[in-house]
Design a protein around this ligand. Structure first.
Ligand SMILES: *Cc1c(COP(=O)(O)O)cnc(C)c1O
Length: 825
């Protein structure tokens, strides 16, 4: 579906500058995701830190001709002769308005889903329950924000029979806009939890905000057993629709859950819907899944799915793998595994993700794709579009699996293309055996069994892995940015291999989110980043005298903390004929580790800097000794004064602006008024608040599996030197992680614990080099089960507290042989 530019201008009430004809099929808010420039309308959005207007020149160069802006470039008639600028007061509002008008075109059932948790699960499961009979358009992944919702609704097209969209809010006032865009005919509230409670006065307030989504719906679906939700729904004024709530207690509920029976791997739910008793089984037993299934069932029944069909499809529900996994593959390959779903929108998103990851080796981009079902288009249209996407997104090798793709090979314009009827056929082929040095996106409908493919392609790893959630890194970044003024710059500390999380992937993520500087400890860490395609500014905190040349060659900006270092650096730079190389001057204000003395050294420092032009001070900084504790507030204030004394002196001696910085993670939060020009974010990025030892968004999860379980009588001892004796008959499990992996030996003999199937299992006996033993007597578990050493469910601070250290030590102690696996939503 396309709109003429005239139509768009009217729909959003804009003033138009420029007179070129155009048809709009795509809307864009992030310049990095550009795909079809000619038909794209770019909305220049302003957020706290970023301004879409900056990207207009670049986008124009890349072929975009249509822009929604709040300020029209002064030179639009000459520099942008072919462009249309639609001037509005607020470009986000304009985007929302356009989506709203687009929504008005459709007279079909639209499901709007809100709630604190489970939105995505309900959306995806509804899709799985309905997609065999209807063509569904739904939010890609979890696009549920003020920007995400309009982008999702824009995807409605002439084929759509049902739309399913998520609406997420974090503060008062946000739902109204989302409701107007989605205009749900069926509105669902999954549950009411504690998320974002800090922005609401009470739970009722938050509930009422969410229920704005319900106002004009024909049917509303919610948990009638939650007194707050129930109360708020009953208070809705003028609501004339159907209240389709579920309840486990109220027999008169329109969707009464008579019983929930959990078996080993499945749950059977018996329900009475509008007077008729029936049941369904689903292949999950956890509470969240079971509760979310109630909402799915109620909506599916409303949309006319029969009770038998519902049962049949519920049994087939697949878990929601919400994330793109990046894995190290064999033979120099990197795998991006997206077994999430295989519709065309998610293909586009995954290809975009592949392209955004810098790859210094310039490896070939390969796509392995299965047939796509339920697209609502003819197979011809569908595979033409797949072909076009491959071309636009730079796919260099295409491997298709399935009969439809095979018979539409002509649609794929990629030179190197291969087609197979099944995964087995692909696995037996030379094409498969010869995969090497490629970035491979694997995307297949589950029924094609692509998991076999991934399993064969990944490097076999030690069973102990550190899972790193890149999304959480971004959330933490934004959390700390929220304390900072919009123009304060940010250094992200990724020393010590990004506090154990792996500096290359973390750096890629941070670069993508436009941080100003990355900082590592030594030059070699910086070189590794450069070799992996990182182009951001990089600071070296502990520059070695032997590595100056490397720093010049790779644009790595050293910290300078002493006269000896300064002189050696200048000498080497002059020898290389270098001028104006940026350096960062460190002042010692109380840590007494490294740095110039602000009282004694400044005059001499300025004198030496002035008599050469090989290097120039880009910034000057110091470090708080105790920003994480109020106990040191007086000392911190003294440190800050001392810093200002030295830094002001330095600045006064130079004409160019020198950046001042002092705040680390704790400082950003505790001393926002001392942020000056720049802050240095370390531990907070990895999800740990050192001021209260709480987890913000957990980034790293260290996992392993049970190797063997022994049944042992009371009185037996465990491990080397018989340090633990069993006081009762016990089940003891061995896990393949030891102190050589970074599992601290001080956790031995019941001082620490890990989690097995969510339950605490203490370490018994001394932790060995490669193996540890844990007590699983009271835990329902078996060999092969997963064990969490720390992570999403067991904060790393519990471990560091148990052994009287700080989380930094635990995180950075995880050895290199533990494979890092990265996730991104
Ligand atoms: C490591 C480091 C930081 C970051 O500290 P966090 O407490 O991890 O935020 C900041 N500045 C300097 C000089 C550092 O060495």
């Amino acid at each position: 579906m396309t709109y003429t530019i005239e139509k768009v201008t009217t729909l959003i009430g804009a003033r138009r500058f420029g007179a070129s004809d155009a048809k709009i099929g795509f809307v864009l808010t992030d310049s990095r995701s550009l795909c079809f420039p000619e038909e794209t309308l770019f909305f220049a959005l302003k957020s706290g830190r970023n301004d879409g207007h900056y990207y207009i020149p670049e986008l124009y160069r890349r072929g975009v001709r249509n822009f929604v802006v709040t300020e029209v470039p002064a030179d639009y008639a000459t520099e942008y002769a072919e462009a249309n600028f639609l001037k509005v007061v607020d470009s986000l509002e304009a985007l929302q308005r356009l989506a709203e008008r687009h929504r008005d075109e459709f007279n079909i059932p639209i499901v709007g889903i809100t709630g604190s948790n489970g939105k995505t699960m309900v959306k995806e499961w509804l899709n799985q329950l309905l997609c065999d009979d209807m063509f569904i358009t739904r939010s890609p992944r979890s696009y549920n924000s003020q920007v995400g919702v309009p982008l999702s609704v824009w995807l409605l097209n002439e084929h759509t029979q049902v739309g399913i969209f998520e609406a997420g809010i974090s503060q008062p006032g946000e739902m109204l806009a989302l409701r107007d865009i989605i205009q749900p005919t069926i509105a669902v509230l999954t549950n009411l939890g504690d998320a974002h409670q800090e922005n609401f006065i009470s739970k009722e307030m938050k509930c009422k905000e969410k229920l704005i989504l319900f106002h004009d719906a024909k049917t509303v679906v919610y948990n009638g057993d939650d007194p707050i939700v129930n109360g708020c729904v009953n208070e809705l004024e003028d609501f004339k629709g159907e209240r389709l709530f579920w309840s486990l207690k109220d027999k008169r509920a329109p969707f009464f859950i008579k019983s929930v029976e959990k078996k080993e791997t499945a749950t059977t739910v018996t329900y009475i819907y509008k007077g008729n008793e029936s049941w369904y089984s689903l292949p999950f037993i956890d509470d969240a899944s079971v509760t979310n299934s109630f909402a799915c069932a109620a909506v599916a029944l409303t949309l006319g799915v029969g009770v038998d069909v519902l049962d049949e499809r519920m049994q087939q529900l697949e878990p929601i793998a919400m994330r793109l996994e990046v894995k190290q593959g064999q033979h120099g390959c990197t795998l991006i595994n997206d077994s999430y779903n295989s519709d065309i929108n998610s293909l586009d998103i995954a290809l975009d993700f592949m392209n955004r990851r810098p790859d210094h080796q310039g490896r070939r981009h390969t796509l392995i794709l299965s047939d796509i079902y339920q697209s609502g288009m003819t197979t011809d249209e569908l595979y033409q579009e797949v072909g076009m996407l491959c071309q636009q997104r730079g796919v260099e090798k295409f491997i298709g699996v399935g009969k439809d793709l095979q018979s539409h090979a002509y649609c794929i314009g990629v030179k190197a293309k291969y087609f197979f009827e099944s995964v087995e056929e692909l696995i037996d082929s030379d094409v498969f055996k010869q995969l090497h040095d490629e970035v491979i996106l694997i995307k297949g409908a589950r029924r094609f069994g692509f998991d076999q493919l991934t399993e064969l392609l990944v490097q076999k790893v030690h069973e102990t892995t550190l899972e790193v959630n890149l999304n959480a890194v971004v959330k933490n970044l934004n959390h700390y940015r929220s304390f900072m003024k919009p123009h304060t710059k940010l250094v992200c500390m990724i020393k010590a291999d990004a506090y154990g999380a792996g500096s290359v992937e973390i750096a890629k993520t941070l670069q993508d989110h436009r941080v100003d500087y990355l900082a590592v400890a030594v030059a070699d860490e910086g070189v590794t980043l450069r070799k992996n395609g990182i182009t951001s500014n990089i600071m070296i905190m502990n520059p070695e005298m032997t590595a100056f040349k490397t720093m010049f060659d790779y644009d790595l900006e050293p910290e300078v903390y002493s006269f000896r270092l300064l002189d050696a650096l200048v000498k080497e730079a002059e020898k290389e004929g270098i001028t104006g190389f940026p350096v960062h001057i460190k002042l010692d204000t109380g840590m007494h580790r490294l740095g110039f003395d602000p009282h004694k050294d400044m005059d001499e420092l300025i004198r030496r800097l002035k008599r050469q032009n090989a290097i120039i001070p880009r910034s000057v900084f110091s470090h708080f000794v105790g920003a994480d504790s109020d106990d040191f507030d007086t000392f911190s204030a003294q440190q800050f004064e001392l810093f200002k004394l030295g830094a002001d002196k330095l600045q006064a001696a130079f004409d160019h602006k020198i950046l001042f910085h002092m705040d680390n993670s704790a400082g950003i939060e505790h001393f926002p008024d001392r942020q000056m020009d720049m802050c240095r974010l370390g531990l907070g990025l990895y999800g740990i608040n050192s001021r209260n030892n709480k987890i913000i968004n957990n980034v790293s999860t260290l996992k392993t599996t049970i190797l063997q379980i022994h049944q042992l009588p009371a009185g037996e001892s465990i491990g080397y030197s018989r340090k633990t004796y069993l006081e009762r008959d016990s089940l003891i499990a061995a896990i393949p992680i030891g102190y050589a992996d970074g599992l601290d030996r001080r956790l031995s003999n019941r001082r620490g614990y890990c989690l097995v199937n969510g339950q605490k299992a203490e370490y018994v006996g001394n932790i060995c080099m490669d193996v540890a033993m844990i007590d699983v007597t009271d835990i329902d578990c078996k060999e092969g089960d997963s064990v969490e050493i720390f992570g999403d469910h067991l904060p790393v601070t519990v471990l560091s507290d148990a052994i009287d250290t700080i989380p930094y030590e635990v995180l950075t102690g995880i050895s290199n042989r533990v494979k890092r696996v990265y996730f991104q939503d």
